[in-house]
Design a protein around this ligand. Structure first.
Ligand code: AMP
Ligand code: MG
Length: 303
């Protein structure tokens, strides 16, 4: 990827076009966060409900501060520690971020992505880049440029190819706009890592509840990140109940390796449109929290 392509991508963004970009988490679908029409075309391309806010990508802390009314000490400490990286920080926004980005909320989620190509793009673009995952709404997130082409190729003005995403699942979203810091979505930076910097944080109930809890109240999880074939999760103790010849997703015993390959593997299995896909739940353990969250959102419990 040459500098001239990055300059072309930044010019497209400035003129209100859509550019897909690589990050360490998943590929993003980028538009100028200060341009309401450009942001609306993200929602149109994804088929995303306008009530679901987008996060914004910035080159650095200085650019983040231009987009916010308050930059708490905790935000500074966390950004110093984890940026560029998979931690999105939610803080009160300025009017520069158009309301379409945040679904009318007074806060914005910001992060600096850890990908050299996209950091270069953000420096040339010199502003906040709204960027949800570059997939159709409620579908599996893309971790290669080819995934983006398959999902959204026709509606994009450019796709920057930065290889395979290193983390493979979305960023942690941490809300710092309330009285207590709250993890809204588990992701690439763990609760323990955050707590080591700013002390105790809360986590929203539903998203990270254990699979056992989820089974007691099926339907509690919005279906997100879903493949086309029906997908079921099971505990190892239920493996004997799987149908013969079941299409089972198997991956690494290491949570980071698992996360890196999860979406690509799900896509690969889904391409064959099996009658169902089965996924074993990893241990109910802090290091598996984000992966368990994504599995729970992609599956129903095995009846
Ligand atoms: P995605 O665009 O798929 O990476 O999802 C972004 C996530 O961040 C969604 O779960 C949003 O609901 C959440 N989010 C983004 N901005 C905000 C905000 N200002 N306040 C609360 N949650 C947010
Ligand atoms: Mg997404």
């Amino acid at each position: 990827m040459s500098l001239s392509e990055i300059i072309r991508a930044a010019a497209l963004l400035r003129s209100g076009k859509l550019v897909a970009f690589p990050t360490e988490t998943v590929y993003g679908l980028g538009a100028d966060a200060t341009n309401a029409d450009a942001v609306r075309s993200i929602f149109a391309a994804k088929g995303r409900p306008s009530t679901n806010p987008l996060i914004c990508h910035v080159a650095d802390i200085a650019t983040a501060k231009r987009c916010v009314r308050q930059w708490p000490e905790a935000a500074q400490m966390l950004a110093d520690t984890f940026w560029p990286g998979p931690l999105t920080i939610v803080v009160p926004k300025t009017d520069e971020i158009v309301p379409e980005v945040t679904a009318g909320l007074d806060t914005v989620g910001l992060r600096a992505p850890d990908h050299s190509l996209t950091l270069q793009l953000l420096r040339v673009f010199d502003g906040p880049l709204a960027g949800p995952s570059a997939n159709r709404s409620n579908r599996v997130s893309p971790t290669t440029a080819q995934h983006v082409r398959e999902e959204l190729g026709d509606s994009l003005d450019m796709i920057l190819d930065g290889g395979t995403c290193a983390v493979g699942i979305e960023s942690t979203v941490l809300d710092l706009s309330g009285a207590r810091a709250m993890i809204l979505r588990p992701g690439g930076v763990s609760r323990e890592q955050i707590e080591s910097v700013i002390g105790a944080v809360d986590v929203t109930g539903g998203v990270i509840a254990s699979a056992a809890t989820a089974q007691k109240s099926p339907g509690q999880y919005p279906r997100h990140y879903a493949p086309r074939s029906p997908a079921y999760r099971f505990d190892s103790s239920s493996a004997s109940r799987l149908p013969e010849g079941a299409c089972v997703l198997t991956l690494s015993n290491d949570p980071k390796e698992y996360a890196k390959r999860f979406y690509a593997k799900l896509r690969e299995l889904d391409r064959e449109l099996p009658s169902a896909i089965y996924i074993e739940m990893p241990p109910d353990d802090p290091q598996w929290l984000a992966v368990r969250d994504r599995i729970i959102r992609a599956t129903q419990p095995l009846a």
